[in-house]
Write a protein of this length. Structure first.
Length: 177
């Protein structure tokens, strides 16, 4: 079943997102409206160094607190592939490169209201380099290293709440069982 689109009204644009209101026909024939956040998509990378994983601790304005997450970023450069964006984000956020990136899957964080898609990768070995923060949050961020077993425990304890981080850790644990 589909919901034919009768019209789209742009309600606003932000720094990198837009908000559209869609006028649709529901399968039962009734007109309806839905708001959709348009997002360029992103990448998330699980950097592994031996038995450890590296995270980024950064302030997240929407939540008003620091959060522990895998390095990640937007697909906001014209023509840049998810793999190239992952390589760039590793350098920007933790100052590392990865000779190998393993795709872990793609996720739609909230398909009820946004078209955002995040491509996940694992970097099973990293090479230290120079950190190159770009955004305000990256300049304020810290790199946190911990054993993978501790990261899994923090997910179970509800202390790592970021969905891309949880899914990347789950996907990696399934590969290494």
């Amino acid at each position: 079943m589909s919901f034919p689109v009768l019209g789209v009204r742009r309600l606003g644009t932000g720094v990198f997102i837009a908000l559209d209101q869609l006028h649709l026909i529901a399968p039962d024939g009734r007109p309806t409206r839905r708001d959709v956040v348009r997002h360029p998509g992103g990448v998330g990378i699980l950097p592994i160094d031996g038995a450890d994983v590296l995270f980024v601790s950064q302030y997240r304005i929407a939540f008003g607190e620091r959060m522990l997450e895998i390095p990640a970023g937007k697909l906001d450069r014209i023509g840049e592939s998810p793999r190239a964006a992952a390589e760039r984000e590793l350098e920007e956020e933790i100052g590392a490169s990865a000779p190998t990136l393993i795709p872990l899957g793609t996720l739609a964080p909230s398909p009820g209201y946004t078209d955002e898609v995040i491509h996940l990768f694992a970097a099973p070995s990293i090479v230290p380099g120079n950190r190159r923060p770009e955004g305000a949050e990256e300049h304020d961020a810290n790199t946190v290293r911990m054993p993978l077993t501790e990261a899994y425990r923090l997910v179970d304890a509800g202390e790592i709440v970021d969905s891309k981080t949880q899914i990347a850790l789950m996907a990696w644990s399934r590969r290494t069982e």
